[in-house]
Design a protein around this ligand. Structure first.
Ligand SMILES: Cc1cc2nc3c(=O)[nH]c(=O)nc-3n(C[C@H](O)[C@H](O)[C@H](O)COP(=O)(O)O)c2cc1C
Length: 217
């Protein structure tokens, strides 16, 4: 076996121990269960529990995915923020259906959320932007995300300039900064089991009611 294949094949997964879940106890609302699982992830010291994969579809129907930070969650949905001019922003504009995936390996939990992303109002976007650190704001204001970078000196130079400018213009807003909300249609909670009897609870929205089913692992 070659080295990389041996490393991959030798990597362990789903070793446990994992928390038990009571399938009757999954509640009737995925939002509530998400809060419980998120709280548990924090209690277990999961590193960056709010990092999630956002999957989108481009105008040709091709999938794309990247990691983002969850900004908030409430009964209306799951929130993240980015530039509406970014690839993901354009893809969401063309195709609002997206999915969000969380994976917390230390407790063997995955959460999958499917639904349409929608843009929040300007006031929400502005508030979120101003809460970001100064370097994050300066980078956004450079308005260059995902365009080709020819040399790092240009990045250092432009960033330095923008930081100086921002210190004087502290309330400056990047007009494309957008908070998106995903209104879930389906949410699946997956709990690993060391004997592979993984527990899957799937919530599907039906006429604004949540229907819960357990799925085979
Ligand atoms: C842990 C982590 C958190 C990130 N959080 C964000 C975020 O909140 N917003 C964002 O626009 N990009 C975030 N990124 C960068 C994105 O993964 C991605 O590189 C960038 O948004 C460009 O994506 P796009 O070209 O598909 O639009 C994060 C990356 C990582 C690894």
């Amino acid at each position: 076996m070659n080295h990389i294949r041996a490393l991959i094949r030798g990597s362990k997964t789903l070793l446990g121990p994992f928390p038990e879940i009571n399938t009757d106890n999954g509640g009737v609302c995925p939002y509530q269960l998400f809060l419980e699982w998120f709280d548990s992830a924090v209690q277990h010291g999961i590193y960056e529990p709010h990092a999630m994969t956002l999957s989108t579809i481009d105008r040709y129907g091709h999938p794309d995915a990247r990691v983002l930070i969850l900004k908030d969650v409430d009964k209306e949905g799951w929130y993240f923020a980015s530039s509406s001019k970014s690839e993901k922003g354009k893809q969401i504009h063309d195709n609002p259906p997206v999915s969000l995936t969380f994976y917390w390996p230390q407790i063997g939990r995955q959460i999958r959320i499917r639904g349409a992303a929608e843009m929040m109002d300007q006031e929400t976007n502005k508030e979120d932007f101003l809460q970001r650190g100064i370097t994050a704001r300066a980078i956004a204001l450079l308005d260059k995300q995902s365009s080709p970078l020819d040399d790092n000196q240009t990045l250092d130079f432009l960033l330095e300039e923008k930081l100086k400018w921002l210190k004087v213009n502290q309330q400056a807003i990047y007009p494309y900064w957008t908070v998106y909300r995903v209104k879930a249609q389906e949410v699946e909670f997956w709990q690993a089991h060391t004997e592979r009897k993984h527990v899957r609870l799937k919530f599907a929205r039906s006429n604004d009611q949540w229907v819960k089913k357990q799925l085979w692992p």
